[in-house]
Design a protein around this ligand. Structure first.
Ligand SMILES: C[S@@+](CC[C@H](N)C(=O)[O-])C[C@H]1O[C@@H](n2cnc3c(N)ncnc32)[C@H](O)[C@@H]1O
Length: 275
């Protein structure tokens, strides 16, 4: 029996096949949760709550109840759902319709404690004085491609918080990209889709690029995810300019102060009571 081109291709590395380009978080949205299956979102959410407590916000369930929390760049809603089950009234904002569609599939008619999701660019999403807390996690800020847009994002978050509101975000730092970037390769399949990811880091341009290929209905799509690595001081200058007071910068999922070698930093920021 002569193998068809299709069956020969099925065994090939997806990076050897011709591909059609697709924007980030479009074709890959359906397999995002599968690709992230090693990520412990529950522990991450608990860590965020501990960090928020450092800014003077209590974290007991009774105190959380009904507090309004915005999850910027919420993706498929993994943290949003955990936070809403803990008692927050959650708004998840993301610019990818496809990621939000996946989040929407997790909504249950039987539960009332679920997030609402909005499709919007987070760098210009303002809901004046609405939220008690805001979060933005998992490298999402690294997707913002210049300092002017990051500055706009911080100002939008600041305007959207109530006085005394707390904002926690993380950033992937250069040590993370210098570490395993060129070694990272992931292959898998899920829901009938085959996928492969690989990364590279350009230390001159400070851009960490991940190529994501997804084979769907015999067609290979390629998304190019560019993440921009920012210096600690640059981020500090930008959020201070937006009005935030830094309460803490935690390194690598610890409660220890971050430094230049930290791979991931969570910043805990406060909007003053009188602003
Ligand atoms: C690595 S994913 C993280 C998703 C989610 N926070 C999580 O922890 O699984 C990055 C997300 O950032 C979103 N994103 C990137 N730039 C954005 C922007 N300017 N506005 C809103 N969302 C954005 C993407 O659509 C994607 O869902």
């Amino acid at each position: 029996m002569i193998a068809s081109r299709h069956s020969r291709d099925a065994k090939k590395d997806l990076f050897e096949l011709p591909a059609v380009s697709a924007p980030p978080y479009t074709t890959s949205a359906i397999i995002y949760d599968h690709m992230m299956k090693e990520v412990d979102y529950r522990s991450w959410a608990k860590y965020l709550i501990m960090l928020m407590a450092l800014a003077g916000k209590k974290s007991r369930r009774s105190q959380i109840h009904g507090e309004k929390l915005c999850d910027y760049a919420c993706g498929t809603g993994n943290i949003s759902f955990i936070m809403s089950r803990l008692g927050y009234a959650v708004t998840g904002v993301d610019s990818s319709e496809q990621m939000l569609e996946m989040a929407g599939e997790k909504l249950s008619r039987k539960r009332k404690d679920h997030p609402r999701f909005l499709c919007h660019d987070m760098t210009n999403f303002v809901s004046a004085g609405t939220f008690d807390r805001a979060i933005c996690v998992y490298d999402s800020i690294n997707y913002v491609n210049d300092t002017a847009a990051i500055g706009r994002f911080f100002k939008s978050v600041y305007a959207s918080l109530k006085p005394g509101g707390v904002f926690v975000f993380d950033a992937s730092m250069e040590s993370n990209s210098l570490g395993d970037a060129s070694l990272f390769v992931q292959k898998g399949s899920h829901k009938g889709l085959q996928y492969e990811r690989k990364s590279e880091y350009d230390p001159m341009r400070k851009v960490h690029t991940t190529f994501v290929r997804v084979k769907k209905d015999g067609q290979v799509f390629e998304e190019i995810h560019r993440e921009y690595v920012y210096q600690l001081d640059t981020l500090r200058e930008l959020f201070a300019r937006a009005g935030f007071e830094e309460k803490f910068a935690a390194g690598d999922f610890t409660m220890l102060e971050a430094n230049e070698d930290s791979e991931r930093i969570h910043f805990v920021l406060l909007k003053g009571q009188h602003d």
